[in-house]
Design a protein around this ligand. Structure first.
Ligand code: NDP
Ligand code: 2IT
Length: 448
């Protein structure tokens, strides 16, 4: 969607100048600005309060050295990041990404998205994100532990249960959170809920592991229902085979859909009989192997090199759950040509602007990441509540709260899209609903 408003265009230009070489961050800002025009026109007070200038500038950005030694005694240095983007509505909250592609621009795009996402959850959480260009693939447990400890040896002084609460993201699961938590506790000599996604024996919440994938399906189910349809009998593609992908596959299957494909960064599997998730869980969660191994156990399935090909498989619903910009304009065209009617995003910013244009111009139902994948951080918020209350809820209790949060997020997207003249455009609805709450809080707190 093109931006026409002169003020937004000018601020976008200034943001680009101030942040050269951060294309993902600029992409995320451009998308949000492309939907804010009607809000800006109705709320000149927010512009006058300088809210937009402030919302695109992180409150604090920390970059640090992470030295660690591998099993052979070789020294390595990685770079660590924590971007504390916005604390208007609560402590900074957001994951830690460990992937060789990580740089400041990637962490800033994720942190910026997190501000609006966390606002949508209905819980009091500000936005932040962190990570490192460390590559966990092929590392031993000992190497992972020493890296995580070195990472926390600097990060601990910048975070806290009421200040900034990191969690998992790509490359960071329960194992890494455990090592980071142990180091934080040792350095601070205090047991507090400073990280979420912890193991169940030390303060983790039931249903946090499942939450992003389940939440994605709860949101998508609401979107389907509102448009007179459902998951029942639908053919679904799920990209990725990590935490989000696995539990999206599980819940979509429970809803009666048939998931026929999953992937990793090397390639994708196509199982026309429906993915056997027990095999994927064992390969990925226990053995940490490549998705390719699936065809050794299910010889009727196919494996193809390269991850883009997954979008050429005919489907009704696509759930991208791997990484940013994994669906480009060409892949979006292929999805539409093969009958796809719904794209709902488990990953952060998985669709390029060209892909989003293809969805909107072909009337697809489009569930934008910051709403559709908010179930993970929402359940992190529930973990924080349980930790500070020194209590723990049952799986069913957490799952029900998550389900209700996803319903209310869909309602907010739907109502705001309609209120601001873009009915059915849930991307606009998500951006506007997320923005207004944070903007009101920033205005009320003055120029800080
Ligand atoms: P995992 O590390 O568990 O899994 C990531 C999956 O995506 C793996 O299958 C991985 O393949 C694949 N992948 C990663 N990078 C690329 C790439 N450059 N190209 C192709 N495939 C890639 O991470 P999560 O499942 O936690 O995260 C997936 C997405 O969901 C991310 O965008 C994340 O930001 C988002 N998200 C995560 C939440 C959470 O709670 N974990 C919450 C909300 C959003 P390989 O193993 O080959 O690298
Ligand atoms: O992108 C995300 O929302 C996450 N990686 C989860 C963040 C969190 O704090 O649970």
């Amino acid at each position: 969607m093109a931006i026409k408003n002169a003020y937004l265009l000018d601020l976008l230009e200034r943001t680009k100048k101030r942040n050269p070489a951060e294309p993902e961050f600029i992409q995320a800002v451009t998308e949000v600005f492309s939907t804010l025009e009607p809000v800006i026109e109705q709320r000149p007070d927010l512009v006058e309060a300088g809210v937009l200038e402030r919302i695109v500038e992180p409150e604090r950005q920390i970059i640090f050295r992470i030295p660690w030694v591998d099993d052979k005694g070789v020294h390595h240095v990685n770079r660590g990041f924590r971007v504390q983007f916005n604390s208007a509505i609560g402590p900074y909250k957001g994951g830690i990404r460990l992937h060789p592609s990580v740089n400041l621009g990637i962490i800033k795009f994720l942190g910026f998205e997190q501000v609006f996402k966390n606002s949508l959850t209905t819980l009091p959480m500000g936005g932040g994100k962190g990570g490192s260009d460390f590559d966990p693939k092929g590392k031993t447990d000992g190497e992972i532990m020493r890296f995580c400890q070195s990472f926390m040896a600097e990060l601990y002084r910048h975070i806290g249960a009421d200040c900034d609460v990191p969690a998992g993201d790509i490359g960071t699961g329960a194992r890494e959170i455990g090592y980071m938590f142990g180091m934080y506790k040792k350095l601070r000599n205090e047991w507090v809920g400073v990280l979420t996604g912890k193991g169940l024996t030390y303060g983790g919440s039931l249903a946090r592991k499942e939450a992003t994938g389940y939440g994605l399906c709860y949101f998508t189910n609401e979107m389907l229902k509102a448009n007179g349809t459902s998951f029942e009998g639908k053919t679904v593609l799920v990209s990725g085979s990590g935490n989000v992908a696995i539990y999206a596959c599980e819940k979509a299957t429970e809803y009666g859909a048939k998931v026929v494909a999953m992937s990793d960064s090397n390639g994708y599997i196509y199982d026309k009989n429906c993915i056997n998730l027990d095999i994927v869980k064992r390969l990925k969660e226990v053995e940490r192997k490549r998705i390719k191994e699936y065809v050794n156990e299910v010889p009727t399935a196919e494996y193809h090199d390269g991850c883009k090909g997954i979008w050429t498989i005919p489907c009704d619903i696509a759930l991208p759950c791997a990484t940013q910009n994994e669906i480009d304009g060409e892949s979006a065209e292929a999805l539409v040509k093969n009958g796809c009617k719904v794209v709902s995003e488990g990953a952060n910013m998985p669709s390029t602007p060209e892909a989003i244009d293809v969805y909107l111009s072909n009337g697809l139902l489009y569930g934008p990441a910051k709403a559709a994948n908010a179930g993970g951080v929402a359940t992190s918020g529930l973990e924080m509540s349980q930790n500070s209350g020194r209590i723990s809820w049952t799986f069913e209790e957490v799952d029900e709260k998550l389900h209700n949060i996803m319903k209310s997020i869909f309602k907010a997207c739907d109502e705001n899209a309609e209120k601001y003249g873009m009915k059915g455009n849930y991307m606009a609805g998500a951006n506007i609903a997320g923005f207004i709450k944070v903007a009101e809080a920033m205005k009320a707190q003055g120029d800080v």
